[in-house]
Design a protein around this ligand. Structure first.
Ligand code: 8OZ
Length: 366
């Protein structure tokens, strides 16, 4: 017998916002912004609008600056054209009854010289090249060797986050998720495998968490703090970012986030897109230390999601691949209807194929 899914369809709160169900659309890189401007376009509007029945949509990772870009055709939020493109997305999602937060992103070292201004080296806490790939016009390539950021450059990066948050308001987003996961800039600072600095941004857990907290504090002056969250991946090896002390550094960071009263933490449990149990980690310790909403992600099935919500282990569950392949995922989970399978070949870049042409139940029946 299939489980009763009604626990997934109760409202929950992020700050002052009440969301109608506990199914979030995870942030998903799809590389379909407009070439040249990296502005969202009508196809992107259609894709997000199709998924507006999510309790919350978290946008694909969106770079705060040219320096913060690491893949081709990912959207930005630092030009007027990008703001206007996102405005069309948020208007359409709101018109369809949905809510959407933008995920703000600086990739740090996960980039390629061809994506950087004047072919510059990508930036990172320390000059350590990632054993990781990125995607440029010609396909997958090794990430370029980064240069270590000077401490004097960090206020400029914080200012880029602030400008992107101001632009998010102009674009009509309901809130902000900072991308602190998956081996990008904030995570590179948090983890000791990628941060070997000897200044006040490296070494101790307090120092490694400093940039994350400076960004949180700065962005919380733009958006109400209840509308602000951060995505974390304490034990994910994604993009070659690992740490010797995940419980210590993420325990400290989440305790500091709790003091600040931000709206949510969004936790990738396990290895991003992979096993949930790659490294033992006490996620419930983070949940208990944090009074705001806890959004859980990674490898959740319908049954696991119902169990987690019913037991109070999470306030909402974010689905990635399932939301790509099923625009009406909430209705399918409610009815325990079959799910479309995701097609990997069309994940990154391309056309409407594998993007806006996954059928909803009603269309599939026709
Ligand atoms: C897949 C391909 C490119 C980027 C992440 C933003 O892992 C990403 C990403 C995922 O967080």
């Amino acid at each position: 017998m299939s489980k009763d899914a009604s626990a997934l369809f109760t409202p929950f709160r992020i700050g002052d916002l009440t969301l109608p169900n506990r199914l979030a659309m995870a942030p998903l890189t799809r590389n379909r912004a407009t070439p040249g401007t990296d502005a969202p376009n009508p196809l992107n509007v259609e894709y997000y609008t199709q998924r507006a029945s999510a309790g919350l949509i978290i946008s694909e990772a969106t770079q705060i600056s040219r320096q913060g870009q690491g893949y081709i055709w990912t959207p930005g939020l630092y030009t007027d054209a990008q703001i206007a493109g996102w405005r069309n997305v948020t208007n359409a999602v709101h018109g369809a009854g949905g809510h959407i937060f933008v995920q703000l992103w600086h990739v740090g070292r996960i980039s390629h010289v061809s994506l950087q201004e004047n072919g510059a080296a990508p930036v990172a806490p320390s000059a350590i090249t990632a054993k990781s790939k990125t995607y440029i016009e010609t396909g997958f390539v090794e990430t370029s060797a980064p240069r270590a950021l000077d401490a004097g450059e960090l206020p400029g990066i914080v200012a880029d986050y602030v400008r992107a948050a101001e632009n998010a308001q102009r674009a009509g987003f309901d809130g902000i998720e900072l991308h602190g996961a998956n081996g990008y800039l904030i995570d590179q600072f948090l983890k000791d495998g990628t941060n070997q600095r000897t200044d006040s941004y490296g070494g101790s857990v307090e120092n490694r968490a400093r940039l994350a907290l400076e960004v949180v504090d700065a962005v919380a002056k733009v958006y109400p703090k209840g509308r602000l969250g951060i995505r974390l991946s304490p034990v994910s090896p994604a993009n070659d970012a690992v740490t010797s002390d995940p419980e210590a550094v993420f325990g400290y960071l989440v305790a500091e986030l709790a003091k600040r009263g931000i709206g949510f933490i969004h936790v990738v449990e396990g290895a991003t897109g992979g096993p949930r149990d790659n490294v033992a980690f006490d996620y419930q310790a983070l949940r208990k230390a944090f009074p705001g909403a806890y959004i859980a992600n990674n490898g959740y099935t319908r049954d696991l999601a119902i169990d987690a919500i019913e037991a109070g282990r999470a306030d909402a569950i974010a689905f990635g691949k399932a939301f790509i392949a099923n625009p009406d995922l909430p209705e399918r989970l409610r009815r325990d209807a079959p799910l479309n399978e995701v097609e990997r070949a069309t994940l990154y870049g391309g056309t409407d194929k594998g993007y806006t042409d996954y059928p909803a139940l009603s269309e599939a029946a026709e």
